[in-house]
Design a protein around this ligand. Structure first.
Ligand code: GDP
Length: 372
């Protein structure tokens, strides 16, 4: 049989992998006219106004980025504010300098209501700047609840001029939800919005939606980011670990020589309070994640003997997370800081302090000025 291409996005039709462009089940192929076939993603957009984004490895993603970088475009870079390390895609750096970038921090609904949005944005911008990235504007949204979407659209329209817009981000940052919100709110989703935006035979399969002025807003594939816990945990563990709802603060008073375990996924030792006083900590993690307190001298043994039983998730050796490494933080001023375990949560501590944070090496661990 000759090669077939999706009539919606131009991707090569395949029956093997749902997460890649051009997927059509064999059953659908057998019962439909192959000349007019749409891939699963285009079918869902057309019939349910619902988009699923697909993912690519970093290498394939470079092709997408190269294609975009040839054009003068507006880039909307989406970041999961709960997981900077898991959201950052080094490949996107190739766009720096050429393209204007708007930073969108998604999942603001997970943070307590009293956070200061500008503090989060400042921190994200700083993190991006450290990676050599500058942005022309930034905004926090919740794709789940539709918060700030009018402002997001206003920003896009303000900056785009007569350029096309590309939404980029790693998998799980919420790109599908964002596009669905945009489609439903602003594009009315008529059935004829699908456009062939890539040459047949490319696996890029970008899908574009026309804006009123004739330019396009494009969905790009999500790049798989190895720094996300998703890739290491079973579904059950993932559900317990990654916050689904607003994270609730828990207050701890700890002495030097005490340790907190966050399930079996991360650990924090209080090495020294610097002043000799107890240290007040406030933790912000998924409400379902087990936080266990112990003495630091017992912590190694506890981890050896109680990982998978008391210290969960993970629940078994089969889902062992990558090797832990530790990061020391010693701060001597009097300001409040968040110690962030990217993708998991954060702990607010007032300096001065000297702490040691353990987490799998793939997980970013850093401090930032407290956002609350
Ligand atoms: P994509 O891979 O970037 O397309 O991400 P999805 O849109 O599929 O979302 C990935 C996960 O994040 C799903 O479990 C979503 O329900 C969740 N998610 C997306 N946006 C939000 C949001 O604004 N708030 C919360 N709490 N979860 C979100």
């Amino acid at each position: 049989m000759s090669e077939l291409y999706c009539k919606g996005c131009g991707a090569l039709i395949q029956h093997v992998d749902k997460t890649l462009p051009g997927y059509v089940s064999e059953q659908v192929m057998a019962t439909n006219d192959v000349r007019t076939v749409l891939c699963q993603r285009c079918y869902r957009i057309r019939h349910y106004s619902d988009i699923i984004t697909y993912s690519l490895s970093n290498d394939d993603y470079i092709n997408v980025i190269n294609k975009i970088s040839k054009e003068n475009a507006l880039i909307v870079k989406i970041i999961d504010i709960f997981d900077f390390t898991g959201s950052f895609v080094p490949a996107i750096k190739r766009l720096t300098g050429n393209e204007d970038v708007i930073l969108v921090g998604n999942k603001m609904d997970l943070l307590p209501k009293n956070v200061k949005p500008e503090r989060i944005l400042n921190w994200l911008k700083l993190m991006l700047a450290n990676e050599g990235f500058t942005v022309i504007d930034s905004i926090l949204i919740s794709a789940k609840f539709g918060h700030n979407f009018d402002d997001l659209m206003a920003l896009i329209l303000k900056h785009k001029g007569n350029r096309n817009v590309y939404l980029v981000g790693s998998t799980n940052v919420g790109k599908s939800r964002i596009i669905n919100q945009i489609l439903k709110r602003y594009l009315g989703m008529p059935t004829d919005v699908l456009t062939v935006s890539s040459q047949p035979g490319t696996t890029i399969g970008l899908i574009g939606f026309p804006l009123l002025d004739g330019t396009m807003i494009f969905d790009t594939p999500g790049v798989i980011n190895k720094h996300q816990y998703t890739h290491y945990l079973t579904r059950t563990s993932y559900k317990l670990t990654v916050p689904k709802k607003e994270v609730k603060p828990l207050v701890f008073q700890l002495n030097e020589g005490q340790t907190l375990f966050f399930g079996g996924l991360a650990r924090l030792d209080i090495i020294n309070g610097e002043t000799g006083d107890k240290i007040n900590l406030v933790t912000y993690f998924a409400n379902t994640l087990n936080i266990h307190r112990t003495k630091t001298i017992r912590a190694d043994e506890l981890y050896e003997t109680k990982l998978y039983t008391l210290l969960t998730p993970p629940f078994s050796e089969e889902e062992a997370v990558p090797k832990w490494v530790y990061h020391d933080f010693r701060i001597r001023d009097n300001l409040k800081y968040d110690l962030v375990f990217s993708g998991l949560g954060f702990v607010t501590i007032r300096a001065p302090f000297y702490v040691r944070a353990y987490a799998p090496f793939v997980v970013g661990v850093y401090t930032r000025p407290a956002i609350i």
